[in-house]
Write a protein that binds this ligand. Structure first.
Ligand code: GDP
Length: 153
C-alpha cells in the first residue's frame, strides 16, 4: 500500500463533478485517507506550482487554481502514484485515453479537472502541504469509554 495526493480542481468542483470523480477513483481501488474543501490563496497556489514558475502557463494556472474551491485528498492503494496517473490520463484531455478522468471530465489542457502527484517524494511533500500528520493516520482507534462514565451503561 502507498499513497498519493490528488486535487479535484476548481473547474470540476464548480461544475459538480467531485462526486463522480471520487466514485471513479474509489472504483479504481483508491481509499480516501484525508480530504478537504478549500479555496487556495494566491500564495498557496504559487508555492504548490513553484516548479512551473518559469513556464508561460504559470500565471494563468495560478489564476485558475485560485478561481474557486478545490478538493485536495490523500489516496491510498498499491502502486498509488503510477496507478493514479494512469487513471487520470494525459494532461491534455484531447490526448487522454478513453475512460480516464480527464477524458471524461476535463475541459482543456489547463482546466483539466484533477491533479495527481508524479513521484512518491512529491506525493509525500504535497500531502504535508495540505494536511497535518494527525490527519494522515490510516484509521483512528475509537476512544474507549470508561465503564461507569458512559451515559448508556
Ligand atoms: P500534470 O502533471 O499532468 O498535471 O501536468 P504538469 O505538471 O505538466 O502541469 C501542471 C498543470 O499546469 C496541468 O495539470 C495544467 O493544469 C497546467 N498546464 C500544463 N501544461 C499547460 C499548457 O501547456 N498550457 C496551459 N494553459 N496549462 C498547462
Amino acid at each position: 500500500m502507498n499513497r498519493t495526493l490528488t486535487i479535484i480542481k476548481p473547474d470540476a468542483f464548480a461544475s459538480g463533478k467531485s462526486g463522480l470523480i471520487l466514485a471513479h477513483l474509489e472504483k479504481a481501488g483508491f481509499r480516501v485517507i484525508a480530504a478537504r474543501v478549500m479555496h487556495l490563496s494566491d500564495a498557496q497556489a504559487k508555492e504548490f506550482y513553484a516548479v512551473h514558475r518559469e513556464r508561460p502557463f504559470y500565471a494563468p494556472l495560478v489564476a485558475f487554481m485560485t478561481s474557486g474551491k478545490c478538493m485536495p485528498m490523500v489516496l491510498e492503494r498499491d502502486d498509488a502514484v503510477a496507478e493514479l496517473r494512469r487513471v487520470i490520463g494525459a494532461t491534455d484531455p484531447a490526448q487522454a485515453e478513453a475512460g480516464t478522468v480527464r477524458k471524461l471530465y476535463a475541459e482543456s489542457k489547463e482546466r483539466n479537472a484533477i491533479h495527481a502527484s508524479d513521484s512518491d517524494e512529491n506525493a509525500a511533500r504535497e500531502a504535508r502541504f495540505f494536511f497535518a500528520e494527525s490527519e494522515l493516520i490510516a484509521s483512528l482507534q475509537a476512544v474507549p469509554v470508561a465503564s461507569g462514565l458512559s451515559p448508556m451503561a
